[in-house]
Design a protein around this ligand. Structure first.
Ligand SMILES: [Zn+2]
Length: 85
């Protein structure tokens, strides 16, 4: 019995002080929904892309090419064909 009392004394459960009406709970949670991701148009190929990031379709960022998409695709294909052998 003494052991039980000491154990109960150690582990406190959260006990709500007041009853929360369902309406209040739902009103609080009305702001918790996730928002959709924001997309912008690529200035070069006008596809929808994530803002402040290199376009993965054409490799352009801020009007200049920073990523060679074709070379990357070729490398990927080469890797795939090597894996089959
Ligand atoms: Zn683009």
């Amino acid at each position: 019995m003494q052991l039980l009392v000491t154990l109960v004394g150690k582990f406190h459960m959260a006990v709500p002080r007041h009853h929360m009406a369902k309406g209040k709970q739902l009103r609080r949670r009305s702001h918790l929904a996730l928002k959709g991701s924001v997309l912008t148009k690529c200035s070069h190929c006008s596809k929808m892309i994530m803002p402040h990031q290199v376009c993965k379709f054409c490799g352009f960022y801020k009007g200049r090419e920073v990523l060679n998409v074709l070379a990357k695709e070729l490398k990927k294909r080469e890797k795939r064909t090597n894996a089959r052998k």
